[in-house]
Write a protein that binds this ligand. Structure first.
Ligand SMILES: [Zn+2]
Length: 381
């Protein structure tokens, strides 16, 4: 039973036309629930909404098969980034784009369309397969919030796949740990024209600390970034406060700790080096907080998750390569909870931009791989 390209394209269009920016996935979740139920999937919502701030919980599905086995997990996120309202998908020369003024939403609705197509093929074929568990999360794009607050009592799979990457011939089995930092540099306010010598310029101190540190890629495994910098009120006021948000990621826990500490210690040393203001004795002050964002995923190349995908690829005449990713995904959270979860590609490209696009052929390839993974896992391939 082959993949039905037209049906897949139709499903994808219907999904991206239903808005679901982070925290407003409710209407989309209801639509998805209908699709799933029509395909024989039992669905439930968890109670994460109160904790994520979304208007819906995560949607968890279970598709019973006739082969007794532990269920296999597949997951995708329901939310999109902005501008993601009123998306108008256009299919031209086999490639989907948006009409131009929004993202496309292939991240991650291509994954959802692929999973729905695979379920439709399995249903039509009336073939036996092992049970499938499905998790459709909320608020992935704003810090993996849905997955972080997922009711894991509703999931019993021990392994599975998140579909949320680009290349349909790759499996991401390693991704970094990440820390978020919030730094506040406090200076002293003063009139910039009348009495600048009474002030301590917080922007100036923060800039010195930033300039003293290395940013971007620190080594093969470690990256560091300043994402936001806010401070100051007006040109005629010596600024008394700067907020800085930064992050560090590494595949190596020790390096993560060191690169994080170095930020805080450099800011602290820069603040400490400022001599007290001669007019009022004021000194600057640092407030720093570090929040662990997610923990690394590290699935060995000989793990069943990798071998299953590689074997499925082989029987389709494709070579599925493993890959280390620089980003985190819901898979990091599943992995932390003891579910070995690889990340598969759907074909999505230039995500989070108005140029986001996806080739229908790549989505078909992803469908074929997922279907073959299920068949091999079920022992029917
Ligand atoms: Zn995504």
């Amino acid at each position: 039973m082959p993949i039905n390209q037209e049906r897949l394209a139709r499903t994808f269009k219907a999904l991206v036309r239903c808005d679901s920016v982070s925290r407003a996935e409710g209407r989309f979740a209801a639509l998805l629930q209908e699709h799933l139920q029509a395909l024989g999937v039992t669905t439930r919502f968890d109670r994460s909404a109160a904790r994520t701030g979304s208007d819906t919980g995560n949607l968890v599905g279970y598709r019973a098969g006739r082969i007794p086995n532990k269920p296999l997990l597949f997951s995708a996120h329901m939310d999109t980034v902005v501008p993601g309202r009123g998306i108008h998908p256009v299919l031209r020369n086999g490639c989907f784009t948006s009409a131009g003024d929004t993202i496309l939403g292939a991240d991650d609705k291509s994954a959802i369309a692929i999973l729905l197509e695979v379920l439709a093929v399995l249903k039509a074929a009336e073939e036996p397969f092992a049970p499938i568990e499905l998790v459709f999360s909320t608020c992935e794009e704003i810090g993996l919030l849905g997955a972080k607050h997922l009711d894991f009592g509703m999931v019993s799979a021990e392994m599975g796949y998140v579909l949320d990457a680009r290349d349909p011939d790759r499996l991401i089995n390693r991704s970094p740990s990440a820390n978020r930092l919030h730094l506040k540099v406090h200076g002293k306010e003063a009139h910039a024209g009348a009495s600048p010598e009474k002030g301590i310029n917080a922007i100036f101190i923060a800039s010195r600390a930033i300039a003293a540190l290395q940013w971007g890629r620190l080594d093969r495994e470690t990256t560091r970034n300043i994402g936001t910098l806010r401070g100051g009120e007006a040109t005629n006021i010596v600024p008394s406060l700067v907020h800085i948000e930064a992050e560090v990621r590494s595949h190596d826990e020790d390096k993560l700790v060191r690169a994080t500490r170095e930020i805080v210690s450099t800011f602290q040393a820069t603040v400490d080096a400022v001599t007290p203001n001669p007019f009022n004795g004021s000194t600057p002050r640092l407030e720093a907080s570090v929040t662990p964002d997610f923990k690394r995923t590290h699935i060995p190349d000989d793990h069943p998750v990798v071998e299953l995908a590689a074997g499925a690829g082989r029987s389709l005449g494709r070579r599925i390569r493993t890959q280390a990713a620089g980003g985190g995904s819901d898979a990091n959270i599943f992995f932390q909870k003891g579910i070995a979860t690889g990340v598969l590609g759907t074909g999505m490209q230039d995500v989070h931009t108005r140029d986001e696009r996806i080739a229908l052929d790549d989505m078909v390839k992803a469908c074929e791989l997922v279907l073959e993974i299920i068949r091999r896992y079920s022992g029917t391939a």
